[in-house]
Design a protein around this ligand. Structure first.
Ligand code: TYM
Length: 332
């Protein structure tokens, strides 16, 4: 069986971008048991920004409960915390030695942070920690440790998976053996970049995210705040350039989409109507998983149990891999 692996960084309750970009595609791919699936919570990646231990713990539970409420079956799928597999850090050290500094200079997230500093006339490395700079190496360790073949992600993570390939190839080349499995990313054209409330990529750091598990009233309020243009009710509207419709498409059936598109084009439809329709389809899909989510968050002992089992199994796999690597490198 091929290995499927993907992770989520616990930096807050996951949002619709995480759901459509990674969670749903990953769970759909593993639902017919055709992959050995490893899904995890990337908590070491979080400490680049989350510095309060209580908050971090809460976020870890939130991501675990998200995976479980969205349908991850822990009897079939390995669910674990990155930090409970210290072998990741051993591999990270090995990968460091084979990663060109220039490769990290080209990483989008690092470059964006540098650009932001330049814009504000600050020194270019202002506020940038080594965790951010070497982020792609730790992510490569996550992927390569488990011999992942496929990594379902949103578009913003594609470069990181490509970097994992580059680093793995450098190692395989040096030791003249297929020590590390070269992974491929999987992205879905329709969901690779989910737009947020303001039409930019949905992201926690842009403050434009719609959280997955907002209580019903808050969800409605949030949807009502989605930015639209200032067209009057009677004007004809274009569904193809509208944030509300972009989100609607993710949840609605083809018939529902055609019907709402017609209403847009007929004129006489206010934004309040479109947002009301959006709320209905979002709520219909999210209500059952939201209920499960809150039940799980009330049952942290169960989550602990699942993660503990995951840890044991993940470490077993990881330990074998590290042993093999140590031998190949000459440090066994
Ligand atoms: P994170 O936690 O930022 O996001 C989790 C997943 O959600 C996807 N995503 C989106 N997809 C479409 N549209 C959006 N607006 C959107 N926003 C987020 C992300 O692409 C991602 O797939 N570095 C990773 C976590 C990680 C990881 C890994 C992933 C650590 N190690 C190894 C895969 C393999 C991250 O920060 O994702």
């Amino acid at each position: 069986k091929k290995v499927l692996l993907t992770g989520i960084k616990p930096t807050g309750i996951p949002h619709l971008g995480n759901y459509f970009g990674a969670i749903k595609p990953a769970l759909t791919m593993v639902s017919d048991d055709s992959y050995d699936a490893r899904l995890f919570i990337a908590d070491y990646h979080s400490i680049n920004t989350i510095r309060d231990p209580k908050i971090l713990k809460q976020y870890v539970y939130e991501v675990a409960a998200t995976w479980l409420s969205c349908g991850l079956d822990p009897e079939k799928v390995l669910l674990y915390r990155q930090s409970s597999v210290p072998e990741t850090l051993e591999l990270n050290t090995i990968l460091n030695a084979f990663t060109a500094k220039g490769l990290m200079n080209r990483a989008h997230a690092y470059k964006a942070a540098v650009d932001k500093n330049r814009e504000k006339d600050k020194p270019e490395d202002h506020g940038i920690n080594m965790g951010l700079y070497t982020y792609p190496i730790l992510m490569a360790a996550d992927i390569l440790l488990f011999d992942a073949n496929v990594v379902p992600v949103g578009k913003d993570q594609v470069q990181h998976v490509e970097m994992a390939c580059d680093i793995a190839q450098a190692i395989n080349h040096n030791y003249k053996s297929e020590l590390l499995t070269i992974p491929s990313y999987v992205i879905d054209e329709n969901t690779k970049t989910i737009v947020g409330m303001d039409g930019r990529k949905m992201s926690k750091s842009y403050g434009n995210a719609i959280e997955l598990f907002l209580p019903e009233k808050k969800l409605k309020k949030t949807i009502n705040k989605i930015v639209t243009n200032s067209q009057e009710i009677e004007e004809v509207k274009d569904p193809e350039t509208c944030n509300v419709f972009a989100l609607y498409k993710l949840f609605a059936t083809k018939e529902q989409q055609d019907k709402l598109a017609k209403t847009y084009r007929a004129g006489g439809m206010g934004w309040g109507h479109a947002k009301g329709e959006l709320f209905e389809v979002v709520n219909a899909e999210l209500k059952p998983i939201r209920d499960k989510y809150y039940d799980l968050m009330d049952n942290k002992d169960y989550i602990d149990e699942v993660l503990k089992k995951g840890e044991a199994k993940a470490r077993e796999i990881a330990a074998q891999k590290i042993l093999k690597l140590r031998k190949a490198i000459g440090i066994d």
